[in-house]
Design a protein around this ligand. Structure first.
Ligand code: PLP
Length: 397
């Protein structure tokens, strides 16, 4: 063809982590058809949707079947009943967000990928290791990335003092509780980030997709807006995928505070325009499901599922403690990020676990250079398989 393409796609890392894992697992299973492989790798949930969510969906389906209650296009930014439910969600953390700062979407990945549309050519700061979408969406749009290394020395929680060079007017991606490391920023640490952003005129893009896994600890914020001043420097992206088992149901939201303004334009007005132009809203049935998940009964049912996963996480982290293996996460996070024993690199450890224990995890190297030598296990499996995997690892490690 004679067209020009987006040449930036040539700069994207082509080795997609999860397809390489699938390839290795398939080839192992073909050669060893009797092996019972347990997957503690991919971060997908396994428990069904809570009862109140299912009931809300059923009722909404019935409404769609009746001309009197049928709904067509949704408002692009979400029905008021969901935006109100999100406002109430924030009020649980004593955070005040107004309805028109909330933009309902089909999940956090879309919003993380699309937010680059409203941003110009800024310095992009991304922790390493990291959820790959922050990196790839910036590379696709031709942005250069500066990485902030995370490691054992900073507890996988990089701080602003570790940024090299001039950070004025940067865009910083943060995720807490973190995927893949499970590390969680304290209120004091987030306050340092907010102070940094305000001092340098930078924007924080805060991914709170795992907020619901934070336990009772008062000092671990569920939202960056628990930090005074954050509404002047941060966009927050959240999702019901892990909170309410919506990975296949698809609903999330982005908060763009009215205070955010650059170059004479309000970021909320730009995002509103971007979404109205390129997105036509979340299905009505799904928005009713989201409303139910965010309600008191829904939240309680979601927490029961999260507690189930967190018991799996506790089984895995106890084993790591027993074996003296360094790890982060496992508390306030569904992920356990461990150091590969005996200096093995991430993929060597992957093959070792697969071959010797028939357990599949995720090689840390797939999340960035600083992930080399580390490995991610997840607590999203069922209890029986997780317990069996832990027993196999107890014998092997
Ligand atoms: N953000 C992080 C850190 C994630 O780990 C994930 C999914 O694994 C997402 C966002 C995507 O969430 P969603 O399913 O809402 O697109």
């Amino acid at each position: 063809m004679n067209i020009r393409i987006n040449e930036n796609f040539k700069n994207i890392n082509q080795s997609y982590l999860f397809s390489e894992i699938a390839r290795r697992v398939n080839s192992y299973s073909t050669e060893n058809p009797l092996a019972k492989v347990i997957r503690l790798g991919i971060g997908d949930v396994t428990l069904p949707l809570p009862a109140s969510v299912i009931n809300a969906m059923r009722a909404a389906v019935d409404e769609m079947a009746d001309q009197a209650t049928f709904r067509g296009y949704s408002p692009e930014h979400g029905y008021d009943f969901v935006r109100e439910a999100v406002v109430r969600h924030y009020s649980r953390f004593s955070v005040s967000v107004s309805q028109d700062e909330i933009f309902v979407s089909d999940g956090a990945k879309s919003d993380i990928g699309n937010i680059v549309d409203i941003l110009g050519n800024n310095r992009i700061l991304i922790p390493d290791p990291v959820y790959p979408v922050y990196v790839d969406s910036n590379v696709m749009s031709g942005r250069k990335i500066s990485y902030i290394p995370a490691g054992e020395e900073n507890g996988f929680l990089p701080m602003p003092s570790e940024i090299d060079g001039d950070a004025d007017g940067s865009v910083v991606y943060m995720c807490s509780p973190n995927n893949p490391t499970g590390a969680v920023y304290s209120a004091e640490q987030l306050a340092e980030w907010v102070a940094f952003a305000k001092k340098t005129g930078s924007l924080i893009i805060f991914d709170s997709a795992y907020e619901a896994f934070i336990g009772e600890e008062k000092n671990l914020p569920h939202t960056i807006y628990e930090i005074p001043g954050a509404k002047e420097c941060a966009i927050e992206i959240c999702s019901l995928s892990k909170t309410a088992g919506f990975t296949g149901t698809r609903c999330g939201w982005t908060v763009v505070p009215a205070e955010l303004e650059a170059s004479g334009l309000k970021l909320s007005a730009m995002w509103e325009r971007r979404q109205a132009t390129k997105f036509n809203g979340v299905p009505y049935v799904i928005q009713r499901a989201a409303e139910a998940a965010l309600g008191d009964e829904g939240r309680q049912e979601c927490m029961e599922n999260i507690n189930y996963y967190m018991k799996n996480a506790e089984m895995i982290s106890s084993l790591m403690r027993e074996k003296g293996i360094f790890f982060t996460g496992g508390e306030n996070s569904p992920y356990i990020w461990l150091k590969c024993p005996n200096g093995m690199d991430s993929w060597k450890f992957f093959d070792y676990l697969l071959g010797e224990a028939n357990v599949v995890g995720t090689p840390g190297a797939g999340f960035g250079k600083c992930g080399e030598g580390y490995f991610r296990l997840t607590s999203f499996g069922d209890r029986e398989s997780t317990a069996e995997a832990v027993e196999r690892l107890r014998k092997l490690l």
